[in-house]
Design a binder for this molecule. Structure first.
Ligand code: AMP
Ligand code: MG
Length: 341
């Protein structure tokens, strides 16, 4: 079977500034020189398989941007299961046994487990073996054999991940594969933002390929503006939402996928079937913590149109834009704020 493969680096959300004329992200630089503050630094780097932009306004911005990137790179080196030396790789190799891990890795895994609970297992950090069968994470992608898929699904159960804070160790069941791809990017952004908040920056922004978190407001005192992409047209913005000291994350079926016989198979897997979740095209979550937004966007996507919206409504402090092939829903708390281009 031949599969057409596509990996999109830039996805989901774009930043709009100063009247909305400029699309931000990996396509354009984002601060027109005429609007630059005295001490503004913005810079990009590839991390987590995506372009990460950091912009900081304030004293020592250049040094801070450097620190943020160094921190994010350090965390990627701990969390990626595609880096053999990472702690997550060690945990996967040691499946069945306790494996030592640093406090931040334990934090992320604990948050992942909590997100599993909060979403009744729609979000499951032990989905790795199923993703491997589909080939997400490698260059070769395929529709897996049913039997193999059933066997891989039997290894998926976040409730069996154990964290021992005192011993600083994690244990996953033998055969299970930890995959933090649905939450690590948001978590890493949250750690970058924490550095900027501690340094008391008035204004800063991190955009990790559409996982966006902002501190404060734009230079003109108005909220940042984020464009939510049309799932079918990478260059079209469907909605614009203001962002004020918040985070926004999008999960979409157009971000990583391959097509076989006209069917699109994407990277967000329903843990109850082992197949890509059907029903939605994209889910955008707005909230305080980018790591939580990241996990929730994946979970709502898995849950689909009815249950996904119900999940958003029952989570405090979480707003959403949910887009299906034929419909779109903006949660009540966002309805007033969202506009169309
Ligand atoms: P996102 O783009 O944030 O929705 O995350 C998608 C990524 O999360 C995938 O590339 C996988 O690494 C991982 N993933 C896929 N399905 C799930 C799931 N049901 N629960 C947790 N992580 C998942
Ligand atoms: Mg996610």
């Amino acid at each position: 079977m031949r599969a057409k493969t596509r990996t999109a680096l830039f996805v989901g959300l774009v930043l709009l500034i100063l009247g909305g004329a400029a699309l931000l992200g990996c396509r354009l630089g984002w601060l027109p020189a005429a609007n630059a503050q005295d001490d503004t630094t913005q810079s990009s780097m590839i991390l987590m398989d995506t372009v990460v932009d950091v912009r900081v306004d304030g004293p020592n911005s250049a040094a801070l941007v450097e620190r943020v990137f160094a921190r994010m790179a350090e965390l990627e080196a701990l969390f990626s299961r595609f880096i053999p030396e990472s702690e997550v790789s060690a945990i996967n190799r040691g499946a069945g046994d306790w494996v030592q891990a640093s406090p931040l890795t334990l934090d992320l895994i604990e948050l992942g487990i909590e997100m599993g609970r909060l979403t009744d297992g729609a979000f499951d950090i032990t989905i790795g073996a199923v993703l491997d069968l589909w080939g997400f994470g490698s260059d070769y992608r395929q529709v897996p054999d049913e039997e193999e898929l059933r066997a891989a699904l039997a290894t998926v159960d976040y409730t069996k991940v154990e964290v021992d804070r005192k011993a600083g160790a994690v244990r996953i069941p033998e055969g299970s594969v930890l995959d933090l791809g649905g939450i690590a990017k948001g978590f890493i952004v949250s750690q970058g933002i924490a550095i900027l908040r501690t340094a008391r920056m008035d204004r800063a922004l991190i955009n990790a390929g559409g996982d966006i978190s902002v501190v404060g407001r734009r230079p003109d005192g108005r909220p940042w503006r984020v464009g939510v992409q049309d799932p079918d047209q990478a260059n079209q913005i469907r909605y614009i939402l203001p962002l004020d000291d918040q985070s926004v994350v999008t999960s979409g079926d157009y971000q990583r996928y391959f097509t076989v016989d006209g069917v699109r198979y994407h990277h967000i897997i329903d843990p109850s079937t082992g197949y890509p979740a059907r029903g939605l095209r994209s889910v955008t979550i707005v909230g305080a913590d980018p790591a939580v937004c990241d996990a929730i966007s994946t979970a709502v996507f898995v849950r689909g149109w009815e249950e996904g919206r119900a999940l958003v409504e029952r989570l405090p402090g979480v707003e959403a834009i949910v887009i299906s092939d034929t419909d779109a829903w903006i949660s009540p708390g966002l309805a007033q704020a969202v506009t169309t281009p």
